[in-house]
Design a protein around this ligand. Structure first.
Ligand code: ADP
Ligand code: MG
Length: 680
C-alpha cells in the first residue's frame, strides 16, 4: 500500500520515463498527481447512431468493423489504415494516419466504441484518427473525460491512464480531512468519491458533488489554518504602551476626524493595550483618510517613548507621507524622518545612527528601511501602506526589527470582505466606511475621440479657475522602454501643440527618484497646471487641488487601477471629474462600471468577476498557497460557507484536539510546513 507522499515513479505502471514528464508539470508525489485537477471535461457519455451525425461535430459511436482494415503506404512517412464500420442505422469510413498497428487491433465482426470528429459530407460521413476501445470498456469513450493542462510530450490519453493508475493506489489511504460533522452539515461527498469523480466522473451530478467537496475542502482548510495562526499569534505578548491622551492629537489637526476614523483609532488603541501584538488591516476607499489613523497610532506609542516604522511602496509616496506626517506630528514633539534608497550614504548613516539612539520617533521610507543595518532602539509599531505592493514575507521582515511590534497594514485596494478574510486571514480588519465631509463624488465620463476638443476646452476652463489636472498617458507595451517613448512623445505634443500656453510637467517611472520628487513637489505647490504621467501616480498621491483626471486608452487598465487613478482627484472640496478615453466610449464594460459607481468595494467586486481572482489571489502577492481548484470569483458562496464552518469548528475545538479533527490538524500542519515563510 502506498502513501500519498510516495513518488510517482514508484507507482505500479509508471516508470522513470513518465515520472520525468510528470515532473515537468510539477507532479512529484502521488498527492501531486491526484491533485492535478482537470481544466475542463469532454462529455463523451452519449453514443450516437451514425445516421444522426452531421459533419464537423465530435461524437461517440458504437459500431461494428465491417471491412478488414487496409494498410497502404502512400509515400515515405505516410501510412493509411482505412476501414468501414456500421451500426443499425448507417455506416461510415474511418481513416487512421500513421498508426499502422491499428490494422491488427481492429477485428472485423467486432464492435468498438469510437470517439472523434465527424468529417466528410452528410452523404459520405467519415472519421479520421478517432479514439477507440472495445465495446463497453468505458475508459476513453462512453463517459465524461477529463481534459488536463499538459505539455506536448505528454498526451491526454496517456495522462488519463496515469491518473487511473494513481487513483487505483489511493483506495483506503486518502485521509478524510473534513470532520464528519462538517461533511454532514454541508452535504459534502467523501474524499475518496471526490478524487475519483473529479477525474473520471460517473456522471455530471457526481462531478458537481466532487467539485463542490474539493473546493470546500480547499477553502475550509485554509480558513482553519489562518484562524489557527491568529490564535498562535495571540499567545505571544506585545509591548503595551502606557495610556495616552489621544485628544491632544485630535486637537492639533486642522479638521476633525470622521466617526469612522475615530472608531478605527479606538480599535487600534485597544489592540495595543491588550497585551497581544496588534495585527490589523485598515481597509478604506481611496481618500478615506487612512494616513491619519496611522499617525494617531504612531503618536500613541510615541507617548510611551516607542518608535514607529512606516513603509510605503514608492519613493513618491514615502516623500509625501513624510510631508504629511511631519506636519501632523512634529508640532506634537515627534521627530519625523525619511529614509529612501536614493539618499546619499552619509545621509543614510546619520539617520541610522539617530534611529539606533532613539532620537527618531517615526521613520518613513520605502523598502530601504528593511535593509540590514537599519536598527531601531525600541520599535513598537510597524505600518505598511498600500499593502498590495508588499508580499507577506516583506511584512514579516519588518516585524523582525522589533520584539513582536504591533502592525498596521493599510490597503488602498478595497476588496470584498470574504476575500479579505482569506487573503488577510491572520489579521483583524477595520473598515473606514465613511469619507471626510464635503467630498463630492467624482463625476466620471467614458468618451471616444469625438470628444477630444471638448475635453481639451474643459481642461482649460478648470485650469483657468485655478485647478490642476492629471493626464495619464497610454500604455503601449509591456516594455518599459516603449512606454517611456510613448509618454515622452505624448508629453511633447501636449506641451507644444495642445496646451502651449499652460504649464505642463512630466512624471514617469524611469526618472530618478530625486527628479520624481522634484516634479511631484512642484505640482503639489501648484507650479504646474497639468501633470502628464504614467501609472506611477496610481497609488496614494494626494494633491487636493487637482480636480481632473484624464485617462487615455482606459480599456487597457484594470478596474481597480482605474479606481485608484480616479482616487487622485476628488480629494478636496472642489468638484472633480474623471474622463476615460476609450475606443468604444461608455460601451466598454469597465468604463461603464466606473461611470456608475464611486464605491471601491463595489468596483472590486465587479473587478473580481471580470478579471478573476488571479490578481488578488496569485500566490506571489501574499504568499498563501495557490488554489488548486477553487475559483474565488465563481466559488464565493462556498467560500463564505467554508469560512463559517471553520469559525464554528474552531469555536468548539480551538486547538483541534478532538479525535475527529486529527486529519484536519495534520493537513494544516503540512500547510504550515510548506508555507513557513508566509506564516511567520
Ligand atoms: P487615503 O485613505 O486614500 O490614504 P489620505 O489619508 O491620503 O487618504 O487622506 C486623503 C485626504 O483627506 C488628505 O488630504 C487628508 O488630509 C484628508 N483628510 C483625512 N481625514 C480627513 C477628515 N477627517 N476631514 C477632512 N479631511 C480629511
Ligand atoms: Mg493613502
Amino acid at each position: 500500500m502506498a502513501e500519498l507522499e510516495t513518488e510517482v515513479r514508484y507507482i505500479r505502471g509508471i516508470g522513470e520515463q513518465r515520472a520525468k514528464l510528470l515532473r515537468k508539470l510539477g507532479i512529484a508525489s502521488l498527492r501531486d498527481l491526484i491533485c492535478y485537477f482537470p481544466r475542463a471535461y469532454d462529455d463523451r457519455s452519449v453514443f450516437r447512431s451514425i445516421d444522426s451525425l452531421v459533419p464537423d461535430e465530435t461524437a461517440c459511436i458504437r459500431a461494428m468493423v465491417v471491412s478488414p482494415p487496409r494498410l497502404s503506404h502512400i509515400r515515405k512517412g505516410l501510412d493509411l489504415v482505412k476501414l468501414r464500420v456500421s451500426d443499425d442505422g448507417g455506416s461510415m469510413e474511418i481513416t487512421f494516419f500513421n498508426q499502422p498497428y491499428v490494422r491488427d487491433s481492429l477485428k472485423p465482426g467486432q464492435y468498438y466504441d469510437f470517439y472523434g470528429r465527424v468529417g466528410g459530407s452528410p452523404r459520405r460521413l467519415e472519421m479520421t484518427n478517432p479514439i477507440f476501445e472495445p465495446e463497453g470498456k468505458n475508459e476513453l469513450t462512453g463517459r465524461i473525460m477529463p481534459v488536463y493542462r499538459l505539455t506536448a510530450s505528454l498526451g491526454q490519453n496517456l495522462f488519463a491512464k496515469t491518473m487511473r493508475q494513481g487513483l487505483d493506489e489511493i483506495e483506503g489511504i486518502i485521509p478524510e480531512v473534513l470532520p464528519s460533522s462538517v461533511r454532514e452539515a454541508h452535504k459534502l461527498a467523501h474524499a475518496d468519491f471526490a478524487y475519483h469523480n473529479i477525474h473520471f466522473p460517473a456522471d455530471s451530478e457526481s462531478l458537481s458533488l466532487a467539485r463542490r467537496r474539493l473546493v470546500f475542502e480547499e477553502l475550509f482548510v485554509l480558513a482553519c489554518a489562518l484562524r489557527f495562526l491568529k490564535e498562535r499569534r495571540i499567545e505571544k505578548s506585545g509591548l503595551v504602551p502606557k495610556d495616552a491622551d489621544i485628544s491632544k492629537f485630535y486637537s492639533a489637526l486642522p479638521f476633525s476626524p470622521t466617526g469612522a476614523q475615530r472608531r478605527v483609532i479606538d480599535q487600534m488603541i485597544s489592540d495595543m493595550r491588550s497585551g497581544k501584538p496588534m495585527r490589523r488591516l485598515i481597509q478604506g476607499d481611496v481618500g478615506s483618510g487612512k494616513t491619519l489613523c496611522a499617525a494617531a497610532a504612531a503618536y500613541y506609542v510615541f507617548c510611551s517613548g516607542f518608535q514607529t516604522a512606516f513603509m510605503a511602496p514608492t519613493e513618491i509616496l514615502a516623500q509625501q507621507h513624510f510631508g504629511t506626517l511631519e506636519k501632523m506630528l512634529s508640532p506634537l514633539g515627534m521627530k519625523v524622518s525619511l529614509l529612501t534608497g536614493s539618499m546619499s550614504q552619509k545621509q543614510k548613516r546619520e539617520i541610522r545612527e539617530a534611529l539606533a539612539e532613539g532620537e527618531i520617533d517615526i521613520l518613513i521610507g520605502t523598502h530601504a528601511i528593511l535593509s540590514s543595518g537599519v536598527d531601531f532602539k525600541n520599535l513598537a509599531l510597524v505600518i505598511t501602506d498600500e499593502q498590495h505592493r508588499f508580499g507577506v514575507s516583506q511584512r514579516s521582515l519588518l516585524t523582525e526589527k522589533g520584539e513582536n511590534p504591533h502592525m498596521i497594514v493599510m490597503s488602498a485596494t478595497p476588496i470584498p470582505r470574504t476575500l479579505a478574510l482569506i487573503i488577510y486571514g491572520e489579521l483583524d480588519i477595520s473598515v473606514i466606511d465613511e469619507l471626510p465631509p464635503g467630498r463630492q463624488a467624482v463625476e466620471t465620463f467614458g468618451v471616444d475621440e469625438k470628444y477630444r476638443t471638448r475635453i481639451i476646452n474643459f481642461t482649460r476652463k478648470l485650469v483657468s479657475e485655478g485647478r490642476q489636472a492629471y493626464f495619464v498617458c497610454p500604455m503601449i507595451e509591456e516594455s518599459e522602454a516603449l512606454n517611456l517613448k510613448a509618454a515622452e512623445k505624448y508629453f511633447e505634443q501636449m506641451r507644444t501643440k495642445i496646451f502651449p500656453d499652460l504649464r505642463v510637467a512630466l512624471l514617469h517611472g524611469r526618472m530618478k527618484a530625486s527628479e520624481k520628487d522634484e516634479v511631484m513637489a512642484s505640482f503639489m505647490r501648484g507650479e504646474a497646471d497639468i501633470l502628464i504621467t504614467t501609472t506611477v501616480i496610481e497609488v496614494g498621491v494626494d494633491v487636493p487641488n487637482a480636480t481632473l483626471m484624464v485617462i487615455e486608452n482606459a480599456e487597457r487598465f484594470g478596474l481597480s487601477q482605474l479606481h485608484q487613478l480616479r482616487g487622485r482627484v476628488g480629494r478636496g472640496s472642489h468638484k472633480s471629474y474623471c474622463i476615460l478615453f476609450c475606443e468604444d466610449g461608455p460601451a466598454n464594460p469597465r468604463v461603464g462600471i466606473m461611470c456608475k459607481t464611486n464605491d471601491g468595494f463595489k468596483i472590486s467586486e465587479e473587478d473580481l468577476k471580470i478579471r478573476g481572482p488571479g490578481d488578488f489571489f496569485g500566490s506571489r502577492q501574499h504568499g498563501l498557497p495557490e488554489m488548486k481548484i477553487a475559483d474565488l470569483s465563481a466559488d464565493m458562496k462556498v467560500l463564505t460557507e467554508a469560512q463559517n464552518a471553520a469559525i464554528e469548528l474552531l469555536a468548539g475545538d480551538p486547538d483541534l484536539s478532538a479525535p475527529g479533527n486529527q486529519a484536519l490538524r495534520r493537513r494544516i500542519e503540512e500547510l504550515f510546513e510548506l508555507n513557513q515563510g508566509a506564516f511567520s
